[in-house]
Design a protein around this ligand. Structure first.
Ligand SMILES: Cc1cc2nc3c(=O)[nH]c(=O)nc-3n(C[C@H](O)[C@H](O)[C@H](O)COP(=O)(O)OP(=O)(O)OC[C@H]3O[C@@H](n4cnc5c(N)ncnc54)[C@H](O)[C@@H]3O)c2cc1C
Length: 425
Protein backbone atom coordinates (compact mmCIF):
# COMPACT_ATOMS: atom_id res chain seq x y z
CA UNK A 1 0.00 0.00 0.00
CA UNK A 2 1.33 3.47 -0.84
CA UNK A 3 1.22 5.95 1.99
CA UNK A 4 2.03 9.51 1.11
CA UNK A 5 2.47 12.60 3.19
CA UNK A 6 -0.84 14.27 2.50
CA UNK A 7 -1.17 17.07 5.03
CA UNK A 8 -1.92 20.40 3.44
CA UNK A 9 -1.52 23.98 4.59
CA UNK A 10 -2.37 24.69 8.24
CA UNK A 11 -5.75 26.14 9.12
CA UNK A 12 -6.35 29.88 8.98
CA UNK A 13 -6.57 31.38 12.53
CA UNK A 14 -10.38 31.54 12.39
CA UNK A 15 -10.79 28.13 10.74
CA UNK A 16 -13.51 25.90 12.22
CA UNK A 17 -12.34 22.46 13.40
CA UNK A 18 -14.98 19.70 13.58
CA UNK A 19 -14.06 16.72 15.73
CA UNK A 20 -16.23 13.62 15.39
CA UNK A 21 -16.05 11.51 18.58
CA UNK A 22 -15.89 12.92 22.11
CA UNK A 23 -13.43 10.36 23.46
CA UNK A 24 -9.74 10.32 24.31
CA UNK A 25 -8.33 11.19 20.86
CA UNK A 26 -11.02 13.79 20.17
CA UNK A 27 -10.48 15.52 23.49
CA UNK A 28 -6.68 15.59 23.15
CA UNK A 29 -6.85 16.82 19.57
CA UNK A 30 -8.93 19.81 20.73
CA UNK A 31 -6.59 20.44 23.67
CA UNK A 32 -3.57 20.32 21.38
CA UNK A 33 -5.14 22.64 18.80
CA UNK A 34 -5.89 25.22 21.51
CA UNK A 35 -2.47 24.79 23.14
CA UNK A 36 -0.91 25.53 19.74
CA UNK A 37 -2.69 28.90 19.72
CA UNK A 38 -5.62 28.28 17.40
CA UNK A 39 -8.34 30.87 18.07
CA UNK A 40 -11.08 29.70 15.68
CA UNK A 41 -14.11 27.63 16.73
CA UNK A 42 -13.83 23.94 17.61
CA UNK A 43 -16.92 21.71 17.74
CA UNK A 44 -16.79 18.20 19.22
CA UNK A 45 -19.65 15.83 18.30
CA UNK A 46 -20.22 12.97 20.73
CA UNK A 47 -22.80 10.27 20.27
CA UNK A 48 -22.96 9.47 23.99
CA UNK A 49 -25.08 11.79 26.04
CA UNK A 50 -22.46 12.41 28.73
CA UNK A 51 -19.27 14.43 29.18
CA UNK A 52 -16.13 12.99 27.55
CA UNK A 53 -14.49 10.33 29.73
CA UNK A 54 -11.46 8.07 29.83
CA UNK A 55 -11.93 4.32 29.34
CA UNK A 56 -9.13 2.32 31.06
CA UNK A 57 -10.84 2.37 34.47
CA UNK A 58 -13.99 0.82 32.96
CA UNK A 59 -12.44 -2.63 33.31
CA UNK A 60 -10.64 -1.81 36.57
CA UNK A 61 -11.44 0.71 39.33
CA UNK A 62 -14.81 1.79 37.90
CA UNK A 63 -15.95 -1.82 37.72
CA UNK A 64 -15.00 -2.51 41.32
CA UNK A 65 -16.63 0.72 42.48
CA UNK A 66 -13.31 2.25 43.58
CA UNK A 67 -13.69 5.03 40.99
CA UNK A 68 -16.80 7.07 40.24
CA UNK A 69 -17.91 8.53 36.93
CA UNK A 70 -16.52 11.98 37.78
CA UNK A 71 -13.08 10.45 38.34
CA UNK A 72 -13.03 9.41 34.68
CA UNK A 73 -13.94 12.75 33.13
CA UNK A 74 -11.39 14.05 30.64
CA UNK A 75 -12.04 17.78 30.86
CA UNK A 76 -10.47 19.72 33.68
CA UNK A 77 -13.12 21.81 35.53
CA UNK A 78 -10.32 24.22 36.59
CA UNK A 79 -9.26 24.73 32.99
CA UNK A 80 -12.16 23.68 30.73
CA UNK A 81 -11.65 23.37 27.01
CA UNK A 82 -12.84 26.33 24.97
CA UNK A 83 -14.96 24.28 22.55
CA UNK A 84 -18.60 23.64 21.66
CA UNK A 85 -19.66 20.19 22.84
CA UNK A 86 -22.51 18.65 20.85
CA UNK A 87 -23.45 15.64 22.98
CA UNK A 88 -25.93 12.87 22.23
CA UNK A 89 -25.59 13.56 18.51
CA UNK A 90 -24.20 10.94 16.13
CA UNK A 91 -22.49 11.95 12.91
CA UNK A 92 -23.80 9.87 10.01
CA UNK A 93 -21.92 11.13 6.96
CA UNK A 94 -18.74 12.89 5.96
CA UNK A 95 -18.84 15.52 3.24
CA UNK A 96 -15.66 16.39 1.35
CA UNK A 97 -13.77 15.21 -1.68
CA UNK A 98 -10.21 14.86 -2.87
CA UNK A 99 -10.80 17.36 -5.69
CA UNK A 100 -12.45 19.88 -3.34
CA UNK A 101 -15.78 19.95 -5.21
CA UNK A 102 -17.85 18.71 -2.23
CA UNK A 103 -17.93 21.12 0.74
CA UNK A 104 -16.03 19.93 3.81
CA UNK A 105 -18.25 19.12 6.79
CA UNK A 106 -20.37 16.50 8.53
CA UNK A 107 -24.03 15.48 8.56
CA UNK A 108 -25.59 14.59 11.90
CA UNK A 109 -28.44 12.10 12.45
CA UNK A 110 -30.97 14.94 12.87
CA UNK A 111 -30.39 15.84 9.20
CA UNK A 112 -28.28 18.96 9.88
CA UNK A 113 -25.16 19.77 7.86
CA UNK A 114 -22.23 21.33 9.71
CA UNK A 115 -19.60 22.93 7.47
CA UNK A 116 -16.00 23.13 8.68
CA UNK A 117 -12.45 23.92 7.59
CA UNK A 118 -11.05 20.65 8.94
CA UNK A 119 -12.61 17.39 10.14
CA UNK A 120 -10.91 15.07 12.63
CA UNK A 121 -12.32 11.54 12.86
CA UNK A 122 -11.93 10.05 16.35
CA UNK A 123 -14.87 7.65 16.55
CA UNK A 124 -13.06 4.83 18.38
CA UNK A 125 -14.20 1.23 18.09
CA UNK A 126 -17.00 -1.25 18.79
CA UNK A 127 -16.55 -4.18 21.11
CA UNK A 128 -16.81 -7.44 19.20
CA UNK A 129 -18.90 -10.26 20.62
CA UNK A 130 -19.51 -13.97 20.09
CA UNK A 131 -22.42 -15.06 17.92
CA UNK A 132 -25.44 -16.41 19.78
CA UNK A 133 -26.12 -20.09 19.01
CA UNK A 134 -29.68 -21.40 19.13
CA UNK A 135 -30.71 -23.70 21.97
CA UNK A 136 -33.84 -25.24 23.42
CA UNK A 137 -34.07 -22.18 25.64
CA UNK A 138 -34.06 -20.03 22.53
CA UNK A 139 -31.52 -17.40 21.50
CA UNK A 140 -31.38 -14.54 23.95
CA UNK A 141 -27.85 -15.16 25.25
CA UNK A 142 -26.30 -11.72 25.32
CA UNK A 143 -22.82 -11.54 26.77
CA UNK A 144 -21.57 -8.43 28.53
CA UNK A 145 -18.94 -6.42 26.67
CA UNK A 146 -16.74 -3.57 27.88
CA UNK A 147 -16.35 -0.60 25.60
CA UNK A 148 -18.30 2.30 27.00
CA UNK A 149 -19.69 3.59 30.27
CA UNK A 150 -23.11 1.95 29.64
CA UNK A 151 -21.42 -1.46 29.24
CA UNK A 152 -19.43 -0.99 32.44
CA UNK A 153 -22.48 0.29 34.34
CA UNK A 154 -24.47 -2.80 33.35
CA UNK A 155 -21.76 -5.07 34.73
CA UNK A 156 -21.09 -2.91 37.78
CA UNK A 157 -24.78 -3.00 38.70
CA UNK A 158 -24.89 -6.81 38.49
CA UNK A 159 -24.36 -8.55 41.82
CA UNK A 160 -21.56 -11.04 41.22
CA UNK A 161 -21.24 -12.67 44.65
CA UNK A 162 -21.51 -16.43 44.28
CA UNK A 163 -22.13 -16.30 40.52
CA UNK A 164 -20.20 -18.36 37.98
CA UNK A 165 -18.60 -16.03 35.45
CA UNK A 166 -17.16 -17.03 32.08
CA UNK A 167 -14.79 -14.59 30.43
CA UNK A 168 -14.11 -15.06 26.73
CA UNK A 169 -10.83 -13.65 25.40
CA UNK A 170 -7.13 -13.86 26.20
CA UNK A 171 -6.22 -10.17 25.85
CA UNK A 172 -5.67 -7.67 28.62
CA UNK A 173 -9.28 -6.50 28.70
CA UNK A 174 -10.52 -10.06 29.30
CA UNK A 175 -7.92 -10.69 31.97
CA UNK A 176 -8.68 -7.41 33.73
CA UNK A 177 -12.37 -8.35 33.73
CA UNK A 178 -11.50 -11.78 35.17
CA UNK A 179 -9.44 -10.17 37.93
CA UNK A 180 -12.13 -7.61 38.73
CA UNK A 181 -14.92 -10.21 38.92
CA UNK A 182 -12.77 -12.34 41.23
CA UNK A 183 -12.14 -9.32 43.46
CA UNK A 184 -15.87 -8.64 43.52
CA UNK A 185 -16.57 -12.07 44.98
CA UNK A 186 -17.73 -14.10 41.97
CA UNK A 187 -18.28 -17.77 42.89
CA UNK A 188 -16.00 -18.88 40.07
CA UNK A 189 -14.29 -17.23 37.13
CA UNK A 190 -13.32 -19.29 34.08
CA UNK A 191 -11.37 -17.75 31.21
CA UNK A 192 -11.59 -19.09 27.66
CA UNK A 193 -8.39 -17.48 26.39
CA UNK A 194 -7.95 -19.46 23.17
CA UNK A 195 -4.41 -20.40 24.18
CA UNK A 196 -2.88 -22.24 27.11
CA UNK A 197 -0.97 -19.25 28.46
CA UNK A 198 -2.87 -16.03 27.82
CA UNK A 199 -0.83 -13.53 25.83
CA UNK A 200 1.93 -16.04 24.99
CA UNK A 201 1.39 -15.83 21.24
CA UNK A 202 1.83 -12.06 21.22
CA UNK A 203 4.19 -11.50 24.12
CA UNK A 204 6.08 -14.76 24.54
CA UNK A 205 5.59 -17.80 26.72
CA UNK A 206 7.22 -16.45 29.92
CA UNK A 207 4.72 -13.58 30.00
CA UNK A 208 1.79 -15.93 29.36
CA UNK A 209 3.01 -18.20 32.15
CA UNK A 210 3.36 -15.30 34.59
CA UNK A 211 -0.14 -14.03 33.83
CA UNK A 212 -1.69 -17.48 34.14
CA UNK A 213 0.15 -18.19 37.42
CA UNK A 214 -1.05 -14.90 38.96
CA UNK A 215 -4.66 -15.54 37.96
CA UNK A 216 -4.60 -19.16 39.15
CA UNK A 217 -3.18 -18.04 42.48
CA UNK A 218 -6.41 -16.05 42.90
CA UNK A 219 -8.61 -18.98 41.92
CA UNK A 220 -9.25 -18.10 38.25
CA UNK A 221 -9.63 -21.21 36.08
CA UNK A 222 -8.59 -21.52 32.45
CA UNK A 223 -10.58 -23.54 29.92
CA UNK A 224 -8.84 -25.57 27.23
CA UNK A 225 -6.77 -23.67 24.67
CA UNK A 226 -9.50 -24.13 22.10
CA UNK A 227 -11.18 -20.99 20.76
CA UNK A 228 -14.69 -20.01 21.85
CA UNK A 229 -17.14 -20.13 18.98
CA UNK A 230 -20.54 -19.13 20.30
CA UNK A 231 -22.64 -18.56 23.37
CA UNK A 232 -26.13 -19.92 23.98
CA UNK A 233 -28.77 -19.90 26.71
CA UNK A 234 -29.22 -22.99 28.83
CA UNK A 235 -31.27 -23.92 31.89
CA UNK A 236 -28.42 -22.70 34.15
CA UNK A 237 -27.93 -19.41 32.36
CA UNK A 238 -25.38 -19.46 29.58
CA UNK A 239 -23.04 -21.84 27.84
CA UNK A 240 -19.88 -20.87 26.01
CA UNK A 241 -19.11 -23.39 23.28
CA UNK A 242 -15.46 -23.98 22.41
CA UNK A 243 -14.22 -25.33 19.06
CA UNK A 244 -13.10 -28.64 20.64
CA UNK A 245 -16.63 -29.26 21.96
CA UNK A 246 -15.92 -28.22 25.57
CA UNK A 247 -18.63 -26.02 27.06
CA UNK A 248 -18.41 -23.62 29.99
CA UNK A 249 -21.63 -23.14 31.91
CA UNK A 250 -21.97 -19.79 33.64
CA UNK A 251 -24.49 -17.39 35.13
CA UNK A 252 -22.96 -14.54 33.17
CA UNK A 253 -20.59 -14.30 30.21
CA UNK A 254 -18.23 -11.41 29.52
CA UNK A 255 -16.89 -11.20 26.01
CA UNK A 256 -13.63 -9.34 25.37
CA UNK A 257 -12.48 -10.67 22.03
CA UNK A 258 -11.35 -7.47 20.37
CA UNK A 259 -12.62 -4.28 18.84
CA UNK A 260 -13.65 -3.13 15.37
CA UNK A 261 -13.11 0.47 14.20
CA UNK A 262 -16.31 2.57 14.15
CA UNK A 263 -16.08 3.67 10.55
CA UNK A 264 -19.29 2.37 8.96
CA UNK A 265 -20.54 5.98 8.73
CA UNK A 266 -17.64 6.68 6.33
CA UNK A 267 -18.69 4.06 3.77
CA UNK A 268 -19.39 5.88 0.54
CA UNK A 269 -17.05 8.76 1.44
CA UNK A 270 -13.70 9.30 -0.29
CA UNK A 271 -11.77 8.42 2.86
CA UNK A 272 -9.88 5.13 2.40
CA UNK A 273 -10.68 2.31 4.83
CA UNK A 274 -8.18 -0.53 5.25
CA UNK A 275 -9.31 -3.80 3.70
CA UNK A 276 -8.59 -5.93 6.78
CA UNK A 277 -10.04 -4.03 9.75
CA UNK A 278 -11.93 -1.18 8.11
CA UNK A 279 -9.85 1.45 9.95
CA UNK A 280 -9.28 4.87 8.37
CA UNK A 281 -5.98 4.69 6.45
CA UNK A 282 -3.74 7.61 7.42
CA UNK A 283 -0.17 8.76 6.91
CA UNK A 284 1.91 9.57 9.98
CA UNK A 285 0.37 12.99 10.44
CA UNK A 286 -3.12 11.47 10.56
CA UNK A 287 -4.00 12.86 7.12
CA UNK A 288 -6.49 10.80 5.09
CA UNK A 289 -7.15 10.64 1.35
CA UNK A 290 -9.41 13.72 1.62
CA UNK A 291 -7.60 17.04 2.14
CA UNK A 292 -8.52 18.63 5.47
CA UNK A 293 -9.74 15.33 6.93
CA UNK A 294 -7.63 13.63 9.62
CA UNK A 295 -8.15 10.60 11.85
CA UNK A 296 -6.64 9.46 15.16
CA UNK A 297 -7.10 6.85 17.88
CA UNK A 298 -8.78 3.45 17.72
CA UNK A 299 -10.63 4.14 14.45
CA UNK A 300 -7.43 4.92 12.54
CA UNK A 301 -4.53 2.93 11.11
CA UNK A 302 -1.48 5.13 10.91
CA UNK A 303 1.51 4.18 8.81
CA UNK A 304 4.78 5.59 10.05
CA UNK A 305 7.96 5.43 8.02
CA UNK A 306 10.04 4.90 11.16
CA UNK A 307 7.96 2.18 12.79
CA UNK A 308 5.72 0.84 10.01
CA UNK A 309 2.09 0.37 10.91
CA UNK A 310 1.42 1.95 14.29
CA UNK A 311 -0.44 -0.12 16.91
CA UNK A 312 -4.18 0.43 17.29
CA UNK A 313 -6.11 0.18 20.55
CA UNK A 314 -3.70 1.66 23.08
CA UNK A 315 -4.30 4.74 25.22
CA UNK A 316 -0.84 6.22 24.69
CA UNK A 317 -1.11 5.88 20.92
CA UNK A 318 -4.44 7.76 20.82
CA UNK A 319 -2.99 10.64 22.88
CA UNK A 320 0.17 10.89 20.77
CA UNK A 321 -1.70 10.75 17.49
CA UNK A 322 -3.99 13.53 18.73
CA UNK A 323 -0.94 15.73 19.42
CA UNK A 324 0.45 15.02 15.94
CA UNK A 325 -2.87 15.91 14.28
CA UNK A 326 -3.10 19.11 16.35
CA UNK A 327 0.39 20.08 15.15
CA UNK A 328 -0.47 19.32 11.52
CA UNK A 329 -3.67 21.38 11.76
CA UNK A 330 -2.01 24.40 13.31
CA UNK A 331 1.36 24.32 11.56
CA UNK A 332 3.16 23.78 14.90
CA UNK A 333 6.44 21.84 15.03
CA UNK A 334 5.87 18.19 14.15
CA UNK A 335 5.56 16.04 17.25
CA UNK A 336 7.61 12.84 16.88
CA UNK A 337 5.76 9.62 17.63
CA UNK A 338 7.40 7.72 20.47
CA UNK A 339 7.88 3.98 20.84
CA UNK A 340 4.46 2.31 21.26
CA UNK A 341 3.47 1.74 24.90
CA UNK A 342 0.67 -0.06 26.76
CA UNK A 343 -0.10 -1.13 30.30
CA UNK A 344 -2.55 -3.37 32.12
CA UNK A 345 -3.45 -3.92 35.78
CA UNK A 346 -4.50 -7.41 36.89
CA UNK A 347 -4.68 -8.26 40.60
CA UNK A 348 -1.34 -7.01 41.95
CA UNK A 349 0.39 -7.12 38.58
CA UNK A 350 1.19 -3.99 36.63
CA UNK A 351 2.16 -5.13 33.14
CA UNK A 352 3.86 -2.56 30.89
CA UNK A 353 5.11 -3.12 27.38
CA UNK A 354 7.01 -0.74 25.12
CA UNK A 355 8.50 -0.83 21.67
CA UNK A 356 7.74 -2.90 18.61
CA UNK A 357 7.22 -6.20 20.36
CA UNK A 358 5.29 -7.62 17.40
CA UNK A 359 8.49 -7.56 15.30
CA UNK A 360 10.51 -9.69 17.74
CA UNK A 361 11.89 -13.10 16.83
CA UNK A 362 13.74 -13.54 20.15
CA UNK A 363 12.24 -13.29 23.63
CA UNK A 364 14.64 -13.30 26.60
CA UNK A 365 13.86 -13.24 30.29
CA UNK A 366 16.34 -10.65 31.59
CA UNK A 367 15.32 -10.80 35.26
CA UNK A 368 12.74 -12.44 37.50
CA UNK A 369 10.66 -15.51 36.77
CA UNK A 370 7.06 -16.18 35.71
CA UNK A 371 6.25 -17.74 39.09
CA UNK A 372 7.36 -14.65 41.06
CA UNK A 373 4.98 -12.15 39.47
CA UNK A 374 8.03 -10.05 38.74
CA UNK A 375 9.50 -10.31 35.29
CA UNK A 376 11.59 -8.31 32.86
CA UNK A 377 11.53 -9.50 29.26
CA UNK A 378 13.57 -8.17 26.35
CA UNK A 379 12.47 -8.52 22.74
CA UNK A 380 14.91 -8.55 19.82
CA UNK A 381 14.76 -8.94 16.10
CA UNK A 382 17.86 -10.46 14.53
CA UNK A 383 19.88 -9.44 17.57
CA UNK A 384 18.57 -5.84 17.72
CA UNK A 385 16.55 -4.88 20.79
CA UNK A 386 13.05 -3.80 19.69
CA UNK A 387 11.02 -3.83 22.90
CA UNK A 388 10.68 -4.51 26.59
CA UNK A 389 7.96 -5.81 28.89
CA UNK A 390 7.95 -5.57 32.64
CA UNK A 391 5.66 -7.11 35.22
CA UNK A 392 5.96 -4.95 38.32
CA UNK A 393 9.13 -3.42 36.82
CA UNK A 394 8.14 0.23 36.63
CA UNK A 395 11.66 1.67 36.80
CA UNK A 396 13.10 -0.59 34.11
CA UNK A 397 10.33 0.15 31.63
CA UNK A 398 10.47 3.90 32.37
CA UNK A 399 14.25 3.92 31.85
CA UNK A 400 13.94 2.05 28.53
CA UNK A 401 11.29 4.45 27.30
CA UNK A 402 13.37 7.49 28.32
CA UNK A 403 16.40 6.15 26.45
CA UNK A 404 14.27 5.63 23.36
CA UNK A 405 12.48 8.97 23.53
CA UNK A 406 12.80 10.87 20.28
CA UNK A 407 13.98 14.32 21.26
CA UNK A 408 12.81 17.40 19.44
CA UNK A 409 16.33 18.63 18.70
CA UNK A 410 17.12 20.12 15.28
CA UNK A 411 19.05 16.96 14.39
CA UNK A 412 16.17 14.63 15.27
CA UNK A 413 13.71 16.97 13.55
CA UNK A 414 15.73 16.51 10.36
CA UNK A 415 15.72 12.73 10.83
CA UNK A 416 11.99 12.86 11.47
CA UNK A 417 11.40 14.90 8.32
CA UNK A 418 13.38 12.32 6.34
CA UNK A 419 11.41 9.52 7.98
CA UNK A 420 8.19 11.21 6.96
CA UNK A 421 9.02 11.24 3.27
CA UNK A 422 6.59 9.21 1.10
CA UNK A 423 7.20 5.48 1.31
CA UNK A 424 5.62 2.19 0.39
CA UNK A 425 4.31 -0.12 3.15
C1 LIG B 1 -12.54 -0.98 29.02
C2 LIG B 1 -11.27 -0.47 28.40
C3 LIG B 1 -10.08 -0.53 29.13
C4 LIG B 1 -8.88 -0.08 28.54
N1 LIG B 1 -7.71 -0.17 29.27
C5 LIG B 1 -6.55 0.22 28.70
C6 LIG B 1 -5.31 0.08 29.41
O1 LIG B 1 -5.28 -0.38 30.55
N2 LIG B 1 -4.18 0.46 28.77
C7 LIG B 1 -4.18 0.98 27.49
O2 LIG B 1 -3.09 1.29 26.94
N3 LIG B 1 -5.32 1.14 26.82
C8 LIG B 1 -6.51 0.76 27.38
N4 LIG B 1 -7.68 0.89 26.68
C9 LIG B 1 -7.65 1.47 25.32
C10 LIG B 1 -7.88 2.99 25.31
O3 LIG B 1 -8.84 3.38 26.25
C11 LIG B 1 -8.33 3.36 23.89
O4 LIG B 1 -7.23 3.11 23.05
C12 LIG B 1 -8.76 4.83 23.78
O5 LIG B 1 -9.94 5.06 24.52
C13 LIG B 1 -9.00 5.19 22.32
O6 LIG B 1 -9.48 6.50 22.24
P1 LIG B 1 -10.42 6.97 21.02
O7 LIG B 1 -10.65 8.41 21.25
O8 LIG B 1 -9.85 6.51 19.75
O9 LIG B 1 -11.78 6.15 21.20
P2 LIG B 1 -12.87 6.29 22.33
O10 LIG B 1 -12.23 6.68 23.62
O11 LIG B 1 -13.64 5.03 22.27
O12 LIG B 1 -13.81 7.50 21.85
C14 LIG B 1 -14.58 7.45 20.69
C15 LIG B 1 -15.85 8.26 20.92
O13 LIG B 1 -16.48 8.51 19.67
C16 LIG B 1 -17.89 8.37 19.85
N5 LIG B 1 -18.49 8.10 18.53
C17 LIG B 1 -18.41 6.96 17.80
N6 LIG B 1 -19.05 7.09 16.63
C18 LIG B 1 -19.56 8.34 16.61
C19 LIG B 1 -20.34 9.07 15.65
N7 LIG B 1 -20.67 8.55 14.45
N8 LIG B 1 -20.71 10.34 15.96
C20 LIG B 1 -20.34 10.91 17.15
N9 LIG B 1 -19.61 10.26 18.09
C21 LIG B 1 -19.22 8.99 17.82
C22 LIG B 1 -18.01 7.22 20.82
O14 LIG B 1 -19.28 7.21 21.42
C23 LIG B 1 -16.87 7.52 21.78
O15 LIG B 1 -17.29 8.35 22.83
C24 LIG B 1 -8.90 0.44 27.24
C25 LIG B 1 -10.09 0.50 26.51
C26 LIG B 1 -11.29 0.04 27.08
C27 LIG B 1 -12.56 0.10 26.27
Amino acid sequence: MMYEQRSGAPLPPEGHVLIVGAGLAGYHTARGVRANGHTGPITIFGEENRPAYDRPALSKAYLTGAAAEEDLLLDDPEDPLDVTWVSGVGVVRLSGSADGTEPLGVHTHDGAFHPGDAVVITTGAYAMSLPAASSEEGLGARPYVLRNMEDALALRDTTLEGLDVAVVGGGFLALEAAATCTERGAGSVTVAAGEEHPGARRLGRPVGEAIRAAHEAHGVRFASASRAQAVRSCHRGHEVILADGETITADIVICAIGARPRTEWLLGSEVTLTSDTGAVACDDTGATAVPGVYAAGDCAQWASHSSGLRPVGHWQEAVEEAAVVAAALTGADPVPLQEPYFWSDQFDLRIQGAGRIHLANEVTVAEGSPAEGNLLVHYARDGQNVGILGINRLKDVTRWRKQRRIRRTPASAAVHAAENAPFSA
